[in-house]
Design a protein around this ligand. Structure first.
Ligand code: AMP
Length: 192
């Protein structure tokens, strides 16, 4: 099994690179943001609660996210592993993920950390906002999301550094260039 985390600030290209990695390694792609937006679209109780946090650029509480993930993980038959996109976003979520995977004898193999300068992140998100229709791709929510990233999500890196699973990647350049450099580094790390 191969369990990857695609990590980085909002606008770093996690979703885009996930699409490539899921095909390349036959992984089940879990984007917690996509799952939450689907819950909002269906007006479920989870969706209604999550929307209040998402629209303001805040994180949805850990217990709701962890519970939601348990349901999704059980659907991954027939794949070689997972690509977690937008999760974990806090150290508490990282600990919960370790526990969840351990229960089925698995672990996280690597955290791929997409590095993109802040001015480029803001530019990309504002551009995306023109077409995405996302309620959180506006200037106020973007600033808040970046602050939340620095304060609550960035420490997740240390959690994986301690167990030597942190893989930094330059997230600037073309989509193909970045994808190629990720695959090279992942393969090298796995000894493939
Ligand atoms: P994303 O699509 O990954 O940019 O996520 C959009 C929004 O959904 C985030 O700004 C959070 O409000 C919420 N969200 C997504 N994933 C998580 C998570 N793992 N923990 C908490 N909130 C999340």
């Amino acid at each position: 099994m191969l369990n990857l985390i695609i990590f980085g600030a909002p606008g770093s290209g996690k979703g885009t690179q996930s699409e490539y990695l899921e095909k390349n390694y036959n992984l089940y792609h879990i984007s917690t943001g996509d799952v939450l937006r689907e819950e909002i679209r269906k007006h479920t109780p989870l969706g209604e609660t999550a929307k209040r946090y998402i629209d303001q650029g805040h994180l949805v509480p850990d217990d709701l996210i962890i519970e939601m993930l348990k349901g999704v993980i059980s659907r991954a038959n027939g794949y070689e592993g997972f690509i977690f996109d937008g999760f974990p976003r806090t150290v508490i979520q990282a600990e919960a993920l370790t526990k969840m995977l351990n229960e089925s004898g698995q672990e996280v193999d690597l955290l791929i950390d997409l590095n993109v300068p802040e001015d480029m992140l803001i530019d990309r998100l504002l551009q995306r906002g023109k077409v995405s229709g996302r309620s959180d791709d506006n200037e106020v929510a973007i600033k808040q999301r970046l602050q939340v990233y620095h304060e609550q999500t960035y420490p997740v890196i240390d959690y994986y550094k301690r167990v030597r699973k942190h893989l930094p990647v330059d997230g600037t350049g073309s989509i193909e260039e970045i994808a190629r450099s990720i695959v090279e580094k992942v393969d090298a790390h796995l000894g493939r």
